[in-house]
Design a protein. Structure first.
Length: 691
């Protein structure tokens, strides 16, 4: 740029000091030559009329006025007797107008008859001004064009220079500076084909090498510390490696203002593959899943992935895969810019979910995915892991699509779940769990035929927690065995206490969860409870779920037979919601089925429900089983059940679940109420629904 400016100044100086004065001088000279010739022409014109006139031209011999040697300063035209006829002295002014003074010109043509004297002036109009102004204006114009061209060239060159050289160089310098501060994140540099591009390439390679070196160092440190860095089964990095890498990526992303995502991919029901096909097949399945995740995480739906990718967990520059725990894989996406995360998650899920074929057997694979993001869902690797895990659990519960992104709502739900999980094992010994009792009524007579014990948990922090929420938690964590045993023992104790207080002996029902039912010591536990409380076993009813009965039919049959031998009463709860088949019931010693309240709810308005309830009643009767309708809330429902031949009914219309002291106090009232309620419907038997 400097040479350009120098060139411009030189050209301007040349024109200003040399070319322009020269042009002006030449113009002047031409002008004066023209004036000379004009004046001379005039003089010559005068000469013949001025008798004997002679013209003397005093030429300039030296001086600065005119450059031309031929130019003159003064012109005098004399008469023969030396009178000055015409005199013209050239001066600066003559450049504007040449005035010739005609002093005494004998204008009498000697050949003419008349003569006349005259005096005056002859003016020759001449002005050099416009010519000089024209030169000056061209000169200024030229200078303007030159300056504009220079300015344009300078701006163009500066722009080019900064975009092609200066900015890329600055970026390279900044990247090199970061490297010197041990910040090894991959710089985003333009790899052009010129020298700057070469430099950028070198710095980029250097950052990759240094970053790898950093991880290698960590690897060796972990190896030296005796910690394994890889998962032996899949060859992928393990949880330790993931946590380490996650911490580093968070550090870089934080400094860079970038977002990253952590995906937990869990193989649904992996345990059943292990159980059904054995551990060797289970292991192969996990290897296959690892392989599929590595193959698709980069967006390439191919089954080809190289060993090195598996070993380093690096799928591409920004995606890292690890095996987090038994059947949970982690995918860390370290750069979300330009990534459609939802689409990517979906792609991984879809690709992994293809059937897994091993030794001629085909297993349907499905995966749940939980996602957390930095910085939205956590600032540390521990928080991101925790929240991805929370999202994963929510995804597993989600029956729709098995994919969940973390959210604060999930967190509070998770907090509640964790809080309930941690306090549940001690809830009974803390006296937080109590039993409420709900009567079952004979639909024909209105007599109370039994009572069901229903657990209630009053949590110190969360208040009343419904059994629908805490029983499944207790099931999952296994504390249901102790809790269930406490329920059985407490219900037996209550039944005996009521008998002793003079209440009629009514059957006491308790609910058994599937896990309790599959407990190998169940029969012993029930026997012990009955013996300890000296209870007539036929007055103890166990309500089982359909699922518990069909899971392992042989085993269920054995357990039910042993329980029946003990003398307890057995019923199937919530009938119709699970496997909806009475056919499997005939092989078991079942005494009663309880029709789920979802059918009873709709019997007055839905013909299908009425048909289902009627069918269950008639089939159960043919199998010699008692039928109980759950959730009876209106007299119309009760009327329909009576007309359809249902044996017993239970529901808010007849009696709500109430605490034991209320039950005892209001027993008489309840008896009277149920009797009158049933009497009312039998007397108004005209309202009968077609079955
Ligand atoms: P379940 O055994 O089918 O118990 C009946 C449920 O229906 C009870 O809910 C009861 O309060 C409710 N219910 C009774 N009549 C009506 C009615 O007319 N309308 C409506 N809308 N609901 C009615 P609860 O007490 O919330 O218990 C829910 C479930 O939790 C029980 O269903 C049972 O499966 C389980 N559960 C309760 N206590 C225990 C327990 O001690 N052990 C086990 N394993 N499960 C229990
Ligand atoms: Mg029940
Ligand atoms: Mg039920």
């Amino acid at each position: 740029m400097v040479p350009l400016a120098v060139l411009f100044v030189s050209v301007a100086a040349y024109f200003h000091f040399i070319a322009l004065p020269r042009a002006i001088a030449e113009t002047r000279q031409q002008f004066h030559m023209q004036v000379d010739s004009d004046v001379t022409a005039i003089a010559r014109t005068l000469q013949p009329v001025a008798s004997h006139a002679n013209i003397a031209v005093l030429r300039e011999t030296s001086g600065t006025f005119f450059d031309s040697k031929q130019s003159w300063r003064e012109m005098v035209i004399r008469s023969a007797n030396d009178d000055i006829l015409v005199r013209h002295v050239r001066s600066q002014d003559t450049e504007k107008a040449i005035v010739m003074d005609v002093h005494k010109v004998d204008l009498v043509d000697p050949s003419s008859a008349s003569s006349e004297r005259n005096a005056g002036s002859i003016m020759v109009k001449a002005d050099i001004g416009p010519s000089i102004a024209k030169i000056n204006s061209s000169y200024r114009h030229f200078l303007l064009v030159l300056a504009s061209a220079l300015a344009f060239t300078l701006v163009l060159m500066a722009t080019l220079l900064s975009s092609v050289v200066i900015n890329p160089l600055r970026k390279v310098a900044a990247a090199a500076d970061r490297l010197s501060k041990r910040d090894f994140r991959q710089p985003e540099l333009a790899m052009t084909g010129d020298e700057v591009g070469d430099l950028a390439r070198s710095v980029s390679h250097l950052s990759v090498a240094l970053r790898q070196h950093e991880f290698d160092q960590r690897k060796s440190a972990l190896t030296i510390a005796g910690l394994s860095y890889h998962d032996e089964l899949t060859g992928l990095p393990n949880k330790g490696f993931l946590t380490d890498r996650l911490g580093t990526e968070i550090k870089y992303a934080g400094a860079d203002d970038r977002s990253i995502a952590l995906l937990f991919v869990d193989v649904d029901n992996f345990k059943s593959i292990n159980d059904l096909a054995g551990h060797a097949v289970g292991d192969k399945c996990l290897r296959e899943v690892a392989h599929r995740i590595v193959s698709t995480a980069s967006g390439e739906k191919s089954l080809v992935c190289d060993i090195e990718s598996m070993f380093d967990g690096l799928v591409d520059g920004r995606t890292f895969v690890a095996r987090y725990s038994a059947d949970v894989f982690a995918v860390l996406i370290a750069e979300l810019e330009g990534v459609d995360l939802a689409a990517k998650v979906r792609a991984i899920q879809e690709f992994v979910q293809r059937p897994f074929v091993e030794a001629g057997r085909e297993f349907d694979l499905s995966v749940s995915v939980g996602v957390s993001k930095f910085p939205d869902h956590g600032a540390t690797s521990a928080e991101l892991v925790k929240h991805a895990d929370t999202a994963l659990h929510a995804a597993k519960r989600d029956t729709m699509d098995h994919v969940r992104f973390f959210s604060d709502t999930l967190d509070s739900a998770n907090f509640r779940r964790l809080s309930l999980e941690s306090s549940l094992p001690r809830a009974t010994e803390n006296g937080e769990v109590v039993l409420h009792y709900q009567a079952k009524v004979d639909v024909r007579s209105g007599v109370i035929s039994g009572v069901e014990a229903l657990a209630r948990w009053s949590h110190p922090l969360h208040g009343d927690v419904s059994p629908g929420e805490f029983i499944p938690i207790s099931e999952r964590q296994g504390s249901i065995i102790e809790l269930g045993q406490w329920v059985v023992e407490s219900a037996c104790a209550q039944a005996i206490a009521w008998q002793r207080s003079g209440l009629p002996s009514i059957r006491m029902a308790v609910n058994l969860s599937p896990r309790q039912f599959s407990d190998s010591q169940l029969v012993d536990r029930i026997r012990r409870a009955v013996e300890v409380h000296d209870m007539d076993p036929s007055l103890l009813e166990l309500e089982l779920t359909e699922g518990a009965l069909v899971d392992d039919p042989e085993r269920a049959e054995r357990t039910l037979t042993e329980l029946k031998e003990l003398g307890v009463y057995l019923s199937v709860d919530d009938f119709g919601t699970g496997y909806s088949s009475l056919s499997y019931l005939h092989r078991y010693p079942i005494d009663a089925v309880k029709i789920d309240r979802s059918f009873i709810n709709t019997i007055t308005e839905d013909e299908n429900s009425r048909a289902i309830v009627s069918a269950i009643i008639s089939m159960a009767r043919s199998l010699n089983m008692t039928v109980v309708a759950e959730g009876v809330e209106t007299p119309e429902q009760l009327k329909f059940l009576a007309s359809a031949g249902c044996d017993d009914a239970q529901g808010f219309y007849l009696s709500r679940p109430i605490d034991p002291s209320d039950f005892e106090k209001s027993f008489e009232d309840t008896v009277n109420w149920t009797l009158s309620a049933v009497k009312e419907i039998t007397e108004n038997a005209d309202v009968v629904y077609a079955s």
